[in-house]
Write a protein that binds this ligand. Structure first.
Ligand code: HEC
Length: 135
């Protein structure tokens, strides 16, 4: 009985840690929404809306990683692309840092600096799409 319980538990843990392409697409769509929410908050001068968007973006960007389909890939070309994704982890950290900048500047009443940080995040999103997807 104990062993069965352990097996079920460990399979739940393993299952929960698998990150698929579908998960990544979902996270991308959440981040797109978070970016719009931040713009809305800046334009309406509403710190609560900015905070909501910033927290959502920050939580989501931390989850983004190379999906399982890429990690298990043995093909050299796919591994090359995987390396580009690893490079893009730097972008993820940059985005996370800029989210903090948005909140700090907006709190200081400097909405121009906040929107500049927002634009810099957008640039990082596009950079990764360019590196990984040639978009
Ligand atoms: C680590 C690299 C990386 C970063 C950083 C990144 N993206 Fe993406 N994005 C991707 C990849 C890869 C896809 C394609 C997903 C797929 O089809 O597997 C994608 C696709 C998307 C899509 C299309 C999703 C769909 O439904 O097809 C949107 C929207 C998007 N990203 C928004 C963003 C936003 C907003 C940011 C910045 C906050 C961002 N992305 C940052 C890698 C990244």
């Amino acid at each position: 009985m104990k062993i069965i319980a352990l097996l079920i538990l460990s399979s739940i843990v393993i299952f929960a840690s698998i990150y698929t392409k579908a998960d990544r697409i979902k996270d991308m769509q959440i981040m797109e929404k978070a970016m719009s929410t931040i713009s809305t908050g800046i334009l309406y001068n509403n710190i609560d809306i900015v905070k909501d968007g910033a927290m959502l973006l920050s939580d989501t960007i931390r989850k983004v990683k190379p999906p399982i389909e890429v990690e298990v890939e043995k093909d050299p070309m796919a591994r090359y692309i995987n390396n580009r994704v690893i490079f893009s982890n730097k972008i993820v950290r940059n985005i996370d840092r800029k989210v903090k900048t948005i909140l700090e500047r907006f709190r200081d009443g400097d909405s121009r600096a906040a929107s500049q940080a927002h634009a810099k995040i957008m640039k990082q999103c596009i950079q990764c799409h360019y590196e990984v997807l040639d978009w």
